[in-house]
Each structure stands twice: as C-alpha cells, then as structure tokens.
Design a protein around this ligand. Structure first.
Ligand code: ADP
Length: 533
C-alpha cells in the first residue's frame, strides 16, 4: 500500500537523469508510520510481526539452500526461483519496518518487483513440473513401499536363517554326542583333510588334547615307521571323493602302539562338493596279532615240513652210506667164502674186516643216537646226570682216544694245554659227547691242519676251547649252525646231519653253560664251551 503525498516544487530546468533521480527521491513521501498516526501499539505490532515474518522467510531460504546442497538435488531453476522468492518475501517485510520511519517506497517497490518476478517464475515452473513432481512423489511412495517390503522380507529371512542355524547347531551337537559315545576313535576334517575335531575316545586313547592335536600332536601318535606311508596315502585319498580304508598303528597314552583300521567317508553338500570328511579308527590289534601268529605258525609249519623232508633225505643218505659199505663188506666175504677162499678166515683178514664193520656200525650207531637225542630234546627228555668229576682227566681221555685218528688225518697229534685237576659237576657221558663232536668237526672242517685244545679255569667257570685252522665259518652262519639241521657246507662235500652242534648246545645249556664260536673264513675256528664249576 502506498500513500503518496504530492507537494509541488517548482524548479529550474534540469537534466534527464536529475529528473529520474528526483522522481525516485523520497523527499516527496512521508514515512509509513504517519498512516498509523505513530500510535506506538500499532507501529510495534507491525514492526514485530514484519520482523518475525521476514526473519522466518530468510531462515526458510537459507534452510532450503542447505537442504538442496546436502541432498545433492542441484540448484535447478524452480528451486532457485523459489529460494529467491522466499528470500525476497523476507526482504519485503524488513522493508515494511524500514518504511515506517523512512520513505524509500521506490526501493521497496523494486524489491516487490523482484519478489513478484520470482514468485511468478516459481508458479510457472511449478506448473510445468507438476507431472514430474507427481511422478516423483508416486515413485517415492513406491520406493518407500518397496523398502518396507524389503525390510519385512529381510526380517523373514533372518528368522529363517536363525531357525536353520539353530537346527544346524542342534544336529551338530547331536552328531558330536553320538560320535563321543562311540567306542571307536573318530574325527572330522576340512575338505582338504585338516582334522579340526576329535571325539572323546581319541583323546582318552592317545592322551593328547585338541590344542596338541591341532599343533604337531599327530606326529606323536603315528608310528615313525609308518608315518610316511600314511601321509603318502592320504595325500591322494583327500583328492578323490571316495571313502577310503587304511591300517596303521597309533600310539596310546601309555606309549603302546596298537593297530587300527581307519575308515573315512566324504560328506557332500547338495552340489556334490565335499564339505567335510568323517573318519573312524577301529582297534584291530588283537585280530592283527592273531593273524600274525597264525601266519608265523603257518610259516613255522611249512619250515618244519621242509626241514623234515630235507632231514629224511639227508638222514637216509647218511644211514645208507655206512650200510652200503657194510653190505659190500659182507657180500665180499660171502663170495670169497663160497669160492672156498680160506684166506679170508686168516687172523689178519678177520681182524681187518671186523674192525671195518665195527667202525661202520658205530657210525650208524652215532647217527641214530644223534637222531634220538634230537627227539629227546624236542620232547624235553634229554637228561643230564651231573656228578663232580675231574674235567682235566675227562678232556685228556677223549683226546687220547682220538689221537690216532688225528695223526692219520692231519699227520699231527692234537696239541693240548689243560690245567691240572679242574673239578666240576658235569654229566661225564654228555660232556664227552660234546667234546667228541667238536673234535670230530675240527677234523671234518679243519683242512687237515693242526688242532689245539685248551682247558682254562677262572673264578667260577671252566672254559674248554678247540681251535682248528680249517675252512672257517662265515659271520652270518656263526649263530645259525647251532640250530638243528643247519649246515654250513654242502651235503656232498662233507657228510653230516647238522645235529652235532645243536645237541652240544642243548647239553651245555643243561649244565647252565654256554657255547660259542670265533671264526674267520679260511683261517680257522675256535669253539668255546664254558660252564660253571
Ligand atoms: P654237521 O657237522 O653234521 O653238519 P654240526 O651241527 O656239527 O653238524 O655242524 C653244523 C655246521 O657247522 C656244519 O655243517 C659246518 O658247516 C659248521 N661247522 C661246525 N664245526 C666247524 C668247524 N670246526 N669249522 C668250520 N665249520 C664248522
């Protein structure tokens, strides 16, 4: 509202711009407060209201500016116009206050023009934008609806996941309970074979704990002789989606290794991919031991049958040789007797034949006696009757009895060094048997060289040593030759049943003594017999 109070003023001619300035000059107007008759109540009602309205407009326009900037909306034309419109509205109200005392009506009119332009422009733009705004509003509504839908869907999904994982946790707990109650050891692995869970039995048996097993505990439970075999097998087994089985020993908490049959099955998901392996170890130690025993006794049986057959063939050969000689001897006598050859009855011939026959018979007797001794040893019936005797005399007697044979075979008598009067509790017959056997061996395997015998007494024991310079015994046979039927030579080279040393060892053992050999191939052997006094 304008109140223009014209007061005529006459003046000299003026320039056009001066007239424009004059036209806009405030001199012609009186301040707006006059209209309110300077009634303070009314003036201040306007002042306060205009100030508040103006400030609110300015605040709104600033807020709009901030919002547009913050929401990245962009200052498009309608926003700009609206902002200017609101700002200008505020400005207009401040001008109202100003014009109460000052009469700048042209100036406030210009501001109103600006407000008018901005408001009209806003109105036009808003009208033009009505469709996009409606579309935007409905899109916003739709997107809000979608957001709500999505939220409820997410809630549904979350509760389903929670339900599923609760069910999963429950079934896993049940599985572990089941696996813990098994008598077997059990474990679960990652798809690559890394074991991350063991049942209680595993820890009870191995004496380990989870922390140890997740570290290098597995090295402790595997047998060092089997660990590389197991690892090589597993490297391949984890690659194939097939169940597998392997037998290997595992160390118990007490340090004992027991055999286990290990089985593992792959657990797959709906796509058929392996997600875990479930494995068990079943203690089969008893079965393995029974099987090993069975195999061993089967092997022993086969060996025994083989040895029996070999023995039968050797024994028959050994018995046959002196028997054939005897037979030939008697056939010769018989033939010569029939021919009436009186010479065979002569003293010299009879003695010769008798001696030869007796030698053959005693050889037969010794062979049969050896076989009987083996049978006695097997049935535990070989007995020794110990009596305290002078062992020195016994050794000397045996040597004396064999000197002729040695002389004829080696060209030398047995050389002996025996301590005087060594007494001990022995079975004289059996001890003689041992010495005879050892001396006969030194003759058989002594390459016709000198044989030496020594008897030594030290502290509580007596040691008889028989040394030859013969073929010697290879180191790998030095223990074996004391077993029954074991021979170090070919049956065709030197006759024998391979029983002498076996029987001798048994006799020496029955005297609480021991027998052993020191030997070097090609240089000779020394057999030692040691027994307590
Ligand atoms: P046998 O003489 O009938 O074979 P033994 O039990 O007396 O049976 O001897 C077993 C084996 O020990 C012999 O076959 C022989 O190979 C070896 N042996 C025994 N004594 C000697 C020795 N003095 N020198 C070399 N080898 C020997």
């Amino acid at each position: 509202m304008e109140h223009i109070h014209h007061s005529q003023q006459l003046a000299q001619p003026i320039s056009w711009w001066q007239s424009i300035l004059q036209y806009f000059s405030e001199a012609d107007f009186m301040p707006h407060g006059h209209c309110y008759l300077w009634k303070p109540g009314l003036v201040y009602t306007h002042v306060i209201s205009d100030f508040l309205i103006g400030t609110a407009y300015v605040a709104i326009s600033f807020t709009l500016y901030g919002l547009v900037k913050k929401t990245n909306l962009g200052f498009n034309r309608v926003v700009l116009c609206f902002g200017v419109f609101i700002g200008a509205c505020g400005w207009t109200h401040y001008n109202e206050i100003w014009n109460l005392w000052q009469s700048d009506y042209w100036y406030s009119g210009m501001v109103k023009v600006l407000t008018a332009i901005a408001s009209v422009a806003t109105g036009i733009y808003l009208f033009k934008l009505r469709h996009p705004i409606v579309a935007m509003a409905s899109a916003a509504k739709l997107s809000e609806q979608r957001r709500l839908d999505l939220e409820s869907l997410t809630r549904d999904l979350e509760s389903k996941i929670e339900e599923r994982s609760a069910a999963h946790r429950e079934s896993e707990a049940r599985f572990r309970q089941l696996a813990d109650s098994m008598t077997q050891l059990a474990w679960v692995t990652e798809p690559d074979g890394y074991i991350f869970w063991y049942n209680k039995r595993w820890f009870e048996y191995t004496g380990t704990d989870l922390e140890e097993m997740l570290g290098d505990g597995w090295q402790k439970v595997h047998h060092p002789d089997h660990v590389s075999r197991v690892l090589n097998f597993l490297k391949e087994a984890w690659k194939k989606p097939e169940p597998w089985e392997l037998t290997f020993p595992l160390r118990s908490a007490s340090g004992e290794y027991r055999w286990f049959l290990t089985r593992a099955v792959p657990l797959t998901n709906s796509q058929g991919e392996i997600v875990q392996w479930f494995g068990t170890n079943t203690d089969i130690d008893e079965q393995i031991k029974i099987r090993q025993k069975l195999e061993k006794s089967q092997y022993d049986l086969q060996q025994a049958l083989k040895a029996r057959d070999e023995f039968l063939s050797i024994a028959s050969h050994e018995l046959k040789t002196p028997l054939t000689s005897l037979k030939i001897q008697f056939q010769l006598l018989d033939r010569e007797g029939r021919k009436g050859n009186q010479e065979i009855y002569s003293k010299g011939k009879v003695d010769h034949s008798t001696e030869k026959a007796l030698r053959l018979v005693s050889r037969l007797d010794r062979l049969i006696e050896d076989m009987l001794d083996v049978a006695r040893i097997r049935t535990g019936k070989l007995t020794v009757h110990k009596e305290r005797i002078n062992v020195t005399s016994l050794v000397k007697d045996v040597i004396e009895r064999m000197q002729d044979t040695f002389l004829s075979h080696t060209g030398d008598k047995i050389d002996f060094q025996v301590e005087d009067d060594c007494f001990a509790a022995v079975d004289p017959m059996r001890m003689e048997q041992v010495l005879t056997n050892l001396l006969q061996n030194s003759l058989k395997y002594g390459s016709g060289k000198k044989v030496q015998v020594a008897l030594k007494s030290d502290g509580h024991s007596l040691t008889i040593s028989i040394n030859d310079q013969g073929i010697g015994i290879p180191p790998e046979l030095q223990d074996k030759i004391f077993h029954a039927f074991e021979r170090g030579v070919n049956a065709n080279e030197v006759s024998g049943l391979g029983l002498g040393l076996f029987i001798s060892q048994q006799i020496v053992k029955d005297h609480n003594g021991k027998i052993w050999v020191d030997s070097e191939m090609g240089k000779g052997s020394t057999f030692h017999v040691q027994f307590p006094k």
